[in-house]
Unconditional design. Structure first.
Lengths: 432, 413
């Protein structure tokens, strides 16, 4: 962990952009924004940024929501779970509100901040941190603010070294040898830099006010990465890169989401929930009212995370089980992610699957691990890694078979019998 | 309902949480019984507090005098049980220096008597007095309904103890309507198995009269003095409770209640017992991790635990670590204790922050013909390890031993 920087974080506030749809997460973002997607058995993705803000000594975080805000509003509350309570500490949900213009929805990251500048001004901070709630990482924002202040920069962008062959998936940043930014490339086919932007920015507040007014209000442009920073560079503003060296992962695809969970189970994993001191809101979903995880006489559990309120009588290997999950006797769960209150009945087998909250798997059913490895027919870009994806509240009947890369939409109850064999790559149900 | 009332009568709870009984040995050196950890991340006082919360009783005074610090940390202002907000509150009521007489509570009735102003200030019509150290789930609304329907002045909750009859309880007989017709406190030879659970619902006026009369006679106990006093002058009823109830008064009873928990006789999920998640670090703990090669069966495992070895028939509080090859069998391990590689525990109750070094052997079954010494607090031969103890690799602690807190234990010959 970086030692605490000599900077008074009370002069900074954070704006956390939590409006992302994250549509590639498919049924996992049905009725929830990407930052609200559960992660690591008891957390939501936004917990990483909120915990980082807490441990960095920030006192005020404005959380901008727009897509499906309820689960986030419940989750963040007033921010008490992250220590944001008292007279001067708060985390506040800032929902979209009607502005001067007809279209009131945020059109981009810069537009979202622009429309909440009154919140920023009211607290007259010296620096403004702009964060996203989409990533799994542990970062000391105080070190970044200190870097920014030391360099006397107008804005600082956190960057991460990525393998050069992956750099074309990111917005990359060109720097000189003092880490001053000299150019940007958005998803370059032939990257000249392997420094990817993490979507974490520090602005000197006065600069932010001027630049965002110019870009959004006058020029009608909406995005930090695409518009604000390139324009600032053109006009001679001082942009600095802050290098980050730890683990950072965008879990915005099913593949990345699944692999991050599997990696978390490895000994010495770089995702260190204990060391990172990630906090979450335990009051949600009765999280705090549940007794410790309970293991029955015939339980066999290996390399897994099993949250409170779970009851295990079957076999669980290499899996992440959220609060209240039940695995009955003779059932086997392997390499899977089971969210809150999933119930796997006796003799069922779940392998390489992501089951959203309250999914029920009937006795003797087989979910995943069977059939050819062909991408999902309807969502080939969302699901091609072989996992089965089952939406919240869906029900797999007794003795059903769900093959690889299939998707069951939320609240689907498959009928028993012939229709309960779902072949590889099929998608059942529809978003309402 | 009380006459003329269309809403609930105002009711205040007084929770007696002061007691330290020597029979829990080193486990209660620094905490009252009510603050004893139980079932992993709970403390025993969570049971009465959750019962009160579920009944909507929102004014709770907690009478505490023995080492109240851990209780204060745990209860705080009662926000975990929703006792905060307008018209609500939980408050620790410590003893205070009175204008005269001694300052410590002289008995449970005296404790209530000295805090009558708390009851007065809230304008309560009913008071429910209960113990902070019992493990149960009771619908207090049903108890209060019974009390009001009988137009009782005092109602006492009773339970048939069957085989568990002991001289520790008060025993009563009820008539067909539930009126208490006889009562004996801690008789040498109980004549019934209907034992008082020391849960009392009383009308405030008659209770105050009885308390004042008892205190004048230098009588300070509910069971011994207040109940007989009120039986002679007021309407006293018994409410029969049939659910699970345990009083973890001794090491053996505590161990047995934990056995009940593991066997599923208490369903904490259905009971919806709440605790303060900020006490003991629950809210900042990651979910428990079971590593490759671990075995976990017939056990409860709390947040923050990390298991690489074998855990059978045991309950682990938050942050316990069990190293590779270590075996924890039929044991109860409190917060943050660490059982290092290859160490073995059997029939042990281990307090917080104990370090068991690699290879140590702690406890075990009572062998054939072995009996614990006369001064042992346990007839079952449970081994009890005090808080913060370090047990070296060569430690061999025989069954029934009691180690005081904070001792670096090298070898026992």
């Amino acid at each position: 962990m970086t030692p605490p920087a000599a900077v008074d974080m009370r002069n900074s506030i954070a704006i956390l952009l939590a409006g992302g749809e994250g549509s590639r997460l498919n049924v996992l973002v049905h009725r929830r924004a990407k930052p609200a997607v559960p992660f690591g058995a008891i957390y939501r993705i936004i917990d990483f940024s909120l915990s980082n803000a807490m441990h960095s000594g920030l006192e005020r975080v404005g959380v901008l929501t727009q897509y499906m805000p309820y689960s986030l509003a419940d989750h963040v509350g007033l921010g008490r779970a992250w220590g944001f309570s008292g007279r001067t500490r708060e985390a506040k949900i800032l929902p979209p509100h009607t502005g001067q213009r007809a279209s009131d929805w945020y059109r981009g990251t810069a537009d979202a901040v622009f429309r909440n500048m009154s919140y920023v001004r009211r607290h007259h901070p010296e620096f403004v941190l702009i964060l996203s709630g989409d990533h799994v990482y542990r970062m000391d924002y105080a070190a970044m603010v200190a870097d920014h202040a030391r360099a006397g920069a107008d804005a600082t962008i956190a960057v991460l070294e990525v393998p050069i062959e992956e750099a074309s998936n990111f917005g990359t940043i060109l720097t000189d040898d003092t880490n001053r930014i000299v150019g940007f490339e958005e998803k370059p086919p032939v990257p000249r830099s392997n420094l990817a932007s993490m979507g974490v920015y520090v602005f000197t507040r006065k600069v932010l006010e001027q630049e965002i007014e110019e870009t959004v209000a006058h020029q009608g442009l909406t995005d930090f990465g695409k518009h604000v920073f390139p324009l600032m560079l053109q006009s001679g503003r001082h942009l600095q890169a802050h290098r980050f060296h730890g683990y950072w992962q965008d879990v915005g695809t099913i593949r990345a989401y699944f692999e991050a969970h599997m990696e978390m189970l490895e000994p010495g994993s770089r995702i260190d929930l204990r060391g990172w001191q990630i906090r979450t809101n335990w009051n949600e979903h009765r999280g705090g009212d549940r007794p410790p995880a309970r293991f029955g006489r015939s339980a066999e559990v290996d390399r897994s995370i099993v949250a409170q309120g779970a009851r295990i009588s079957g076999t669980v290997r290499h899996s992440v089980l959220s609060a209240g999950v039940v695995v009955e006797e003779g059932a086997v769960v392997e390499r899977s992610i089971l969210m809150h209150d999933v119930h796997v009945r006796a003799g069922a087998r779940v392998r390489e699957a992501i089951l959203d909250k309250q999914v029920e798997v009937g006795p003797g059913a087989v979910v995943g691990g069977e059939g050819p490895l062909e991408a999902n027919h309807r969502f080939p870009l969302h699901l091609d890694g072989g996992q089965v994806l089952i939406g919240k509240g869906s029900c797999v009947p007794a003795d059903a078979m769900i093959e690889r890369n299939s998707i069951l939409f939320p609240f689907v109850t498959l009928p028993r019998g012939d229709h309960s064999h779902i072949r590889a790559g099929q998608t059942i149900g529809d978003i309402d | 309902m009380v006459e003329g009332q269309t809403t609930h009568p105002r009711i205040v709870a007084m929770v007696l949480a002061g007691g330290r009984v020597g029979e829990l040995s080193v486990l209660t050196l620094a905490r009252p019984k009510a603050a004893m950890p139980f079932a992993g991340h709970y403390r025993i006082i969570d049971f009465p507090l959750s019962n009160l919360m579920h009944a909507g009783i929102n004014h709770v005074g907690i009478l505490s005098q023995y080492r109240p610090s851990s209780l204060i940390d745990h209860v705080r202002v009662g926000e975990s049980w929703d006792f905060i907000g307008l018209e609500r509150g939980a408050k620790i009521l410590p003893p205070f220096r009175g204008a005269e007489a001694s300052d410590w509570y002289r008995g449970n009735a005296d404790a209530v008597y000295r805090n009558l102003n708390y009851i007065h200030d809230l304008g309560a019509e009913l008071v429910i007095v209960l113990s902070g150290d019992h493990i149960y789930r009771m619908d207090f609304l049903d108890l209060i309904r019974f009390h009001l329907e009988r137009e009782a002045d005092l109602t006492i909750a009773f339970k048939r103890m069957g085989q568990r009859v002991s001289q520790r309880f008060g025993y009563g007989r009820l008539d067909a309507d539930g009126r208490l017709v006889s009562y004996e406190e801690k008789p040498a030879h109980p004549r019934t198995d209907l034992a008082s659970l020391t849960i009392y619902v009383a009308r405030v006026g008659p209770l105050i009269e009885a308390l004042e009369r008892c205190v004048r006679l230098e009588s300070y106990e509910f069971g011994r003095h207040v109940v007989p006093q009120m039986m002679s002058t007021h309407r006293v009823f018994g409410y029969e409770f049939t659910g699970y109830w345990a009083y973890a008064r001794t090491i053996d009873l505590y161990f047995e209640a934990t056995g009940d928990l593991i066997r599923g006789e208490l369903d904490l999920d259905a009971w919806q017992i709440r605790t303060n998640l900020y006490d003991g670090g629950v809210a900042s703990s990651p979910p428990p991790r079971i590593q490759a090669g671990a075995q976990v069966r017939e056990s409860l495992v709390s947040p923050g635990c990390e298991i690489e070895g074998t855990v059978i028939g045991s309950v682990l509080s938050p942050g316990v670590r069990v190293g590779p090859g270590a075996v924890v069998r039929d044991s109860i391990v409190f917060h943050r204790s660490s059982i290092e590689a290859g160490a073995q525990l059997e029939r042990v109750i281990m307090d917080k922050d104990v370090r068991v070094c690699s290879g140590a052997r702690i406890g075990g079954p009572l062998g054939e013909g072995m009996t614990p010494g006369a001064d042992s607090p346990t007839a079952l031969g449970i081994t009890v390890i005090g808080k913060g103890t370090v047990l070296s690799s060569s430690s061999r602690i025989p069954p029934g031993s009691v180690l005081p807190p904070g001792v670096a234990h090298e070898e026992r010959r």
